[in-house]
Design a protein around this ligand. Structure first.
Ligand code: DHK
Length: 150
């Protein structure tokens, strides 16, 4: 099994309850189910969420050795964290950045992303369906690179 890590930043533990007019009514458990349904055979999903920047950085470091790709919604850390960008720059497999909301239609401070300096793809505004699209893309990239190596 190849593991795809789905990392979530601050306040996403409240998904479904928090500003549902922006983030929807679905929960992080729904995101897990969606990601599991989206991933190809021989892949599994490890979904993690933390409100703490250092914890997310530690998980990125751990993921270097244990995962084949990453879908990350860094939430507010997207717009503030050089430290998460630096951690992602130590991670070699593909990275897809996801935002549930269409951040470019929102406040100007949400328009810049440090994580986009590293991400191989960026998805915004598809609701939680964006995570599934991210997982499908990781599977495709990993399968292509496996084929190219054989
Ligand atoms: C989630 C957050 O918590 C915000 O801080 C970001 C992102 C947008 C999202 O759309 O998933 O600005």
């Amino acid at each position: 099994m190849k593991t795809i890590v789905v990392l979530n930043g601050p306040n996403l533990n409240l998904l479904g309850k928090r500003q549902p007019q922006i983030y929807g009514h679905e929960t992080l458990e729904d995101v897990t189910r969606l990601c599991e349904a989206a991933c190809a055979e021989n892949f599994d999903i490890r979904l993690l969420q933390s409100n703490h920047e250092g914890q997310i950085i530690d998980w990125i470091h751990e993921a270097r050795e244990t995962t084949c790709g990453m879908v990350i919604n860094p939430a507010a850390f997207t717009h503030t964290s050089v430290a998460i960008l630096d951690a992602l720059n130590t991670y070699e497999p593909p990275v897809i950045e996801v935002h549930i909301s269409q951040v470019h239609k929102r406040e100007a401070f949400r328009h810049h992303s440090y994580v986009s300096h590293r991400a191989d793809g960026v998805i915004a505004g598809l609701g939680i369906e964006g995570y599934a699209a991210g997982v499908r893309r990781i599977c495709q990239l990993v399968e292509r690179s496996t084929e190219a190596a054989t």
